[in-house]
Design a protein around this ligand. Sequence first.
Ligand code: PLP
Length: 377
Amino acid sequence: MIYCDYNATAPLRPEAREVMLLAMEAQANPSSVHGAGRSARRIIERSRQTLSSVIGARSEDLYFTSGGTEANALALHGALAKLDNPVLLYCDFEHPAVRDIAVSGRYTARKIKITPEGRIDLSDLERVLGDMDGETPFLTLMLANNETGIIQPVEDAARLVRNHGGLVHTDAVQAVGKIPVNVGLLSVDYLTMSAHKIGGPQGIGALWMRAGAPLLPQQIGGGQEKSIRSGTENLVGIAGFSAAMEAIDMASEPRKIGSVRNRFEMGLAALPVTIFGRDQDRLPGTSCFALEGFKGETQVMAMDLAGFAVSSGSACSSGKVKKSVGLVAMGVDDNLANSALRVSFGYDSTEEDASALVENWLRAAKRAHPEKFKEYA
Ligand code: PLP
């Protein structure tokens, strides 16, 4: 099996696995005052230091959660509960962990338009902010999209929101460890990250929060994580999360992954396919493309039979293949959006993987749609 689905979950890095095995041996309650508890605490605080330094933050402002979904929920529910007359601003390309909160009807929410290039429409954001009267804007804007890899102008959007006295959350689950991320430069108040997108374990993530940013804890209990997120810490997960992060060489890994993706897209260049966000700032390993009429779902199955793991739709939850709301919001027509396939490479991908994937995809596409490939012998 050639794995090309890193945006869904990256395979566990050996470095993370090794540290997790050691942490399993060291299992004790990090809140216990005895030596074993203190050792567990040291593992957690060292991990907090590693992870916060990667985003240019202070370790005391990072809180561990059970993953990206929980960190997003904590930021949104927690902040909105504290603000006066809050209005949640969001775009349709957000991950369901965010978008489903915005469309739940629980909060006053306004949808911001998306440009045909797949980015937040900053002039629409400005217009919506200008129309506000006595309301507090709270923008949630992902840093990099899980389907297309398109990177959002979070810093510019945050400046506009700040000028209107608002707050900003960014879901950086797909961005951290793949592009440089700095909370100060982004000028955000809350940032979400998750371990399993970078080769750490599933079920562990973190929320960074600017010191003094408002937040009502959503889970109360033993007072762990300074009462922001009660519950005995996931020692093994936390240790694996930071070990995965430490294994990333930001000076070389993204470039290497980018050349695998570029090799893949070069292979597609002469074919009748649409590559979404091709000319945009994108994550190095992500390619989202479509051959009209060749259904995403059919492609995933054909590629699986050929020995490749790829995704269609947003594909974050098991077995569900849904049309991408994000692509449709970019103005992509339903037919093409239904034919979208997402390929995502990562730390262990090779250029040979990319070439083999193109070759096998082309074989499957020709079999399914011979008429489209007559002139592409
Ligand atoms: N946000 C984005 C952009 C994602 O791609 C994912 C992936 O599933 C999540 C949030 C959810 O993170 P987790 O699986 O850690 O809950």
